[in-house]
Design a protein around this ligand. Structure first.
Ligand SMILES: [Zn+2]
Ligand SMILES: [Zn+2]
Length: 294
């Protein structure tokens, strides 16, 4: 038992001091997600101010600060709190003979760096696309995912407005994806993570980006805005445009839908009337038993 408690405390304090060192610039710049997130956010925000898609939207839009808080809460506070639990899970799995190397389907360790990063990016993006589909399909998952869909005015910071339980829901398939690659995370994995954060910010930003013909490959703000549409088209009540960084999965699985590009559609969900507006009540909402809400 002592072994587990020690591992728990070690992981927790390790993540806490890593975060603190990041704030104080004491970690390599390319691993500094704290300042990295701030720099990407500032750049995208400035682009929103200079090139706004919805010109009448204030650059400090509705819920801007709430979303900013979600961003840091999910990225750092949650990561610190959960680290000890994940560590214990890792130990328990390895004790029954399951490690990140157990499932290895392809060995990419001898491939060139860019090919490794590309495969890593594509596999992780696909498992996240699939998890996102599930968040919309099952009611108990949707209750948590509603936090992300409660955004009424879209801007970059909405990217990381989501319930912390989503981290938990995404974790198994993301781990599975890494296991398929032999437990291998490329040394330069930070490049993939930073690209994914940037694409996610741009997908939510008040900037019209379509990527031209690359739109069939890359997710974009026009496509993702429709993911947030309040009134879903007939026969598509479980959602559309589930893409994270890539849009190609939606085109392959025919979940794509972009009827127009004005950017002026109403966002939300049909029973949003009773959805709480504050951070704490939004966190509790998903855990409450499902009441009829209309
Ligand atoms: Zn969604
Ligand atoms: Zn979104």
């Amino acid at each position: 038992m002592e072994k587990y408690i020690n591992a728990f405390i070690e992981a927790l304090t390790g993540t806490l001091s890593w975060t603190w060192d990041s704030i104080l610039f004491k970690v390599p710049w390319y691993n500094n997600y704290f300042w990295g997130l701030i720099v990407i956010s500032l750049v995208v925000w400035i682009l929103e101010i200079i090139f706004p898609w919805r010109k009448n939207q204030s650059f400090i839009r509705k819920d801007f600060w709430l979303d900013g808080f979600y961003m840091f809460f999910n990225f750092f506070i949650f990561a610190i709190v959960i680290s000890g639990f994940y560590k214990i899970l890792g130990i328990l799995f390895s004790e029954i003979g399951i490690t990140s190397k157990t499932l290895a389907v392809i060995d990419i360790t001898h491939w060139s760096m860019w090919l490794q990063l590309l495969v890593f990016f594509i596999v992780l993006d696909f498992v996240q696309w699939f998890t996102h589909v599930l968040l919309h399909k099952y009611d108990f998952l949707w209750r948590f995912h509603k936090v992300h869909h409660s955004v009424k005015e879209m801007g970059f910071a909405a990217h990381l407005r989501y319930h912390w339980m989503e981290n938990i829901f995404y974790k198994p398939l993301k781990t599975f994806g890494v296991m398929i690659l032999g437990g291998f995370e490329p040394e330069q994995g930070y490049i993939v993570h930073f690209i994914a954060i940037t694409i996610g910010h741009l997908n939510h930003a008040n900037i019209k980006i379509t990527w031209g013909p690359l739109k069939y490959l890359l997710n974009n703000s026009v496509m993702h805005l429709y993911h947030h549409v309040k009134l879903l088209p007939d026969g598509r009540s479980k959602g559309i445009n589930f893409g994270i960084s890539l849009s190609i999965w939606d085109y392959i699985f025919k979940t794509n839908y972009i009827p127009e590009e004005s950017g002026t559609i109403e966002l939300g969900f049909h029973d949003e009337k009773n959805f709480p507006i504050g951070f704490l009540r939004q966190l509790l909402y998903g855990f409450r038993p499902n009441k009829k809400e209309n």
